[in-house]
Design a binder for this molecule. Structure first.
Ligand code: HAM
Length: 424
């Protein structure tokens, strides 16, 4: 036999029964997002590369090391989107969305691409459920955004008690610049402790050294200056207001003074949610987000405050312990025709039931009644409809209630109401 060319590493097929759990998670997310008055947007997976360089940031891991970037046939550099915020902002600006409404609430569900070392919970094609709110700078909006995210996760089956909401403020870019200088001065005093990667970052993006996994640097970071301490009065008051609103909404959260996030566009509030639930291992950050009040303007739009987040669907799925099989829909009605004329008789009956919203499967392959009943069982069907020449002659079917093992003759005209009655 010929060998099938393999799928791309780090990019998965999503097939039944797993897809049922995906659909469940997506449905829960949509219903919460719609309840918070968010509307869906669908943007292309491919963008011109400068969009990401200018938004996510030139010296971030995502842009430096992880993007799928190539020249298209016109010789223009394009990249598979590594995240969704940049595209949302591009669409917002290209459409002059601020002229249509002062506040826009948008969400998206779809694949993102990062060439990372693939492992549990870390893929090269992964999926995000993201939300972006444009046009509001009130601290209450930050709190409501986080509350929405927590509601979504709880609805998906992750108990609030197992979610850890980590919060920090990056302040304004000017404050961050002053902090950056303080940080660089601190690290320069400890150059011997820094690994090669951190030394490189000292020149390009010193805040990212706070994220280092190198044990020596982790120890050093315990004494590094803390951003929050260096923020001005206004930024600190704003951050306090966010926390107060979160308290009022009953959202448990922790200050995480060393949280920095890996994307450059953030200002003020940033947050991540981690969980010990399920099967996540080291990749236990299931979502992240924050404010990006300067991004719209820096990409060519008017000054527009904005805040958003993205939830990693694969990670959420790993955190939800329930096995995928439990989300699988059962076939309600299994048609078991005994011969060809019975099959022809069953087909329009199944169509009628489907039109009445009942999930049906017709056995087209014939076979003994025993094998057909086995299959009905395997599909966890609630009802089997058996048809032979007697049923055709009397314009009836034999209806087998597979939950109770009872059987009755039902006129074709009574079929749909009878089945509805059984399914209720
Ligand atoms: P991010 O933190 O880069 O933020 O990604 C958000 C989430 O996507 C992560 O918490 C994680 O669950 C998931 N994720 C990221 N990379 C991978 C991967 N390689 N494999 C599996 N899951 C992954 C953003 O992308 C921002 N755009 C969020 C945002 C929206 N901020 C403001 N608005």
């Amino acid at each position: 036999m010929a060998e099938v060319p393999p799928g791309v590493k780090g990019m998965n097929d999503i097939l039944p029964p797993e897809v049922s759990k995906w659909q469940f998670v997506e449905e829960k997310a949509r219903s919460v997002l719609e309840a918070f008055a968010y509307r869906e947007i669908r943007t292309p997976v491919l963008e011109y590369t400068p969009l990401f360089v200018r938004s996510v940031g030139e010296v971030t891991d995502v842009v430096e090391k992880q993007m799928y970037t190539f020249d298209d046939r016109d010789g223009r550099s394009v990249s598979l989107r590594p995240e969704g915020t940049a595209s949302a902002v591009r669409a917002y600006i290209e459409r002059a969305q601020w002229n249509r409404e002062p506040v826009s609430r948008w969400y998206y569900i779809g694949p993102m691409f990062r060439h990372e070392r693939a492992q549990r919970g870390r893929l090269r094609q992964f999926h995000q459920i993201g939300a972006e709110l444009f046009g509001v700078d009130a601290p209450s909006a930050d709190a409501e955004t986080i509350a929405m995210l927590v509601t979504m996760l709880v609805d998906m089956g992750l108990p609030a008690s197992e979610l850890q909401v980590n919060l920090n403020s990056l302040g304004e870019p000017e404050e961050r610049a002053a902090y950056r200088d303080a940080l660089v001065a601190f690290y320069r005093g400890h150059l011997d402790v820094l690994d090669e990667d951190s030394r490189r970052r000292l020149e390009t993006n010193p805040l990212r050294i706070l994220d280092s996994k190198s044990p020596d640097v982790v120890a050093l970071n315990a004494n590094a200056p803390v951003l929050l301490d260096t923020l001005g009065e206004k930024s600190r008051a704003r951050f306090d207001a966010v926390r107060k609103h979160l308290d009022a909404l009953g959202v448990r959260h922790d200050l995480h003074a060393r949280l920095v996030r890996g994307l450059d566009y953030y200002t003020a509030t940033i947050f991540e949610i981690t969980t010990a639930a399920g099967d996540l291992g080291a990749q236990n950050t299931i979502c992240g987000g924050g404010r990006y009040d300067r991004l719209v303007a820096s990409l060519g739009g008017p000054q527009t405050p904005a805040i958003g987040f993205a939830l990693g669907v694969e990670r959420a799925l790993l955190a939800i312990a329930e096995p995928a099989e439990n989300y699988e829909p059962a076939v309600s009605v299994f048609f078991a025709p005994m011969d060809e004329p019975a099959l022809a008789y069953c087909l329009p009956l199944a169509q009628k039931l489907r039109a009445a919203g009942i999930r049906c499967e017709v056995e087209h392959r014939g076979g003994s009644m025993k094998s057909q009943m086995k299959r009905a069982d395997k599909l966890r069907s609630r009802v089997a409809i058996i048809v032979g020449s007697n049923e055709i002659a009397s314009n009836t079917v034999t209806l087998k209630d597979l939950a109770h093992g009872t059987q009755s003759q039902v006129p074709v005209s009574d079929l749909a109401p009878k089945i509805h009655q059984l399914l209720d």
